[in-house]
Design a protein around this ligand. Sequence first.
Ligand code: FMN
Length: 173
Amino acid sequence: MKTLLAFNGSTRSDSFHGRIIRALPALTPDAVRIAEFDLNDVPFYNQDLEGDRQPAAVVAMRAAVAEADGIIFAAPEYNYSYSALTKNTIDWITRPMGAGALRGKKVMVISVTPGPGAGRKVTSTIAEILPFLGNEVISVVNAAAIHEKMDANGRITDDDLTSALRAGLAAFS
Ligand SMILES: Cc1cc2nc3c(=O)[nH]c(=O)nc-3n(C[C@H](O)[C@H](O)[C@H](O)COP(=O)(O)O)c2cc1C
């Protein structure tokens, strides 16, 4: 059984990215499990909190990344870039430099927005920095007007988005 670890760069209670993560298990190939890591207890990166001073949530996050077969960043676009939460996650799991838990992991990046831009700026930014950090971005999925592509129960109602997510997940196999 492969495990793909998902991070939501939004803590908004009705986050579209949270809804997308929860919709993924129905779209994954057999023998693939999606696990979402709860970022609520992860503090802002602080180099003083390294070594034996790592917060428990950071220890757990780094262990979960190290054990995962692949990583999914569900990354909202904030002001034409990533949210502070997405950046903070990347900063924690890329330390210590050159030997962070994220190194060598295959990554899928998803961004959706009610707006017309489809989150392409944030996904291209993440896809640009991750190879520099030792990662291969194996798939990128974007969607504009996401409020028209999911129902109130979080089910994806758009065929193109469903196909893109399926193909992105299959790329981990
Ligand atoms: C501070 C802030 C900046 C935003 N900037 C952008 C942006 O540059 N491009 C865009 O398409 N949407 C932008 N949005 C809208 C978000 O894409 C939208 O709120 C989205 O639903 C956030 O993801 P979530 O539903 O998972 O919380 C912004 C939202 C916030 C709160």
